[in-house]
Write a protein that binds this ligand. Sequence first.
Ligand code: NAD
Length: 323
Amino acid sequence: MNKMKVAILGSVHQRGWDFLKQSKFEAFEVKNFEIENLKKELEFVDGILLRTSKLNQDILSNCKNLKIIARHGVGYDNVDINYLNNNKIALGITSTSNAVSVAEHVMSFFIYLTKNLSLSNSLVKQGNFKKKSELPDFFELYEKNVLIAGFGRIGKEVAKRCQGFDMNVYVYDPFLDNDLIRKYNCIPIDKKEGLGLADYITIHLPLNKNTKNFISENEFKTMKNNSIIVNTSRGGIVNEGDLYQALSSKVIKAAGMDVFETEPPSNEHLFFKLDNILLTPHNAALTLECRKRMSLEASENIVYYLTDISKVNNDNLVNKSFL
Ligand code: NAD
């Protein structure tokens, strides 16, 4: 019998490769993401393990045997989901892998942007230990208000960690029952009120037409001038031009961004001129532990879907109602 064929688009941890091999699947890595090359290399695959490259209808319609795309991650705005739904091709995500890693990244942003860590470090290394009183004021997270927008897998893990710091945790997620939010010892709140009382704001929404520019000029006007906003979800949910204005004119205190409207951002990006922003290269979920988990979980999604669907974690199949 011919082996099932899987294309791995981008580099993934060895653990996933080992699982595919042990399951007698044939896997190969695709390194050239140009459209014509993708069309050629993907033409006869049964499954695709996908990192961040874009798969549009033009590429997908050329795949003759494709039955499942397994995202290495949970966001799927880089795949034409309508095409998959119409053609009964499954879309898998790694729903149990990422949340802890991203939540820790959010806490790192909060602490770095609050505690003068970079200035303190430079001061000591420059031999100016005794000048510590010249550093600007710095603060505690203790008893501060945090607004979590989007209370899914990642939002819930962030809430737990904020509670560990004794913060007051407010949640904006109109798709959830308020009682569920209270069950997690968080306070449900609407968007405007939440933005108005938050010292920290962290965004955990999917990117879609309703969430594009979720935070723009009007929202910044509502925020306190000591507030710190962190976005580890998707670029474009926080409007970049409006964030630049808010930071440069000190309408808010600081920001942490892991994601950008265009990735990678251009070398002339406005954010690079600012001192009150901390930037990371979309690596909130790329701890070694998380990379291992995502590689394995994505490979399991492919193998189980194609060999024994009863083993697939139901939460991982995004478009099950279309299959
Ligand atoms: P999730 O689907 O578990 O949760 C999303 C939550 O947002 C849901 O509870 C939903 O009800 C809520 N929501 C949707 N639309 C909303 C709206 N308009 N207003 C308020 N709430 C709304 O998703 P998740 O796994 O927590 O991931 C959240 C985001 O993080 C996604 O955009 C994902 O792509 C991104 N992500 C980024 C990284 C990274 O490396 N930076 C890693 C993993 C996930």
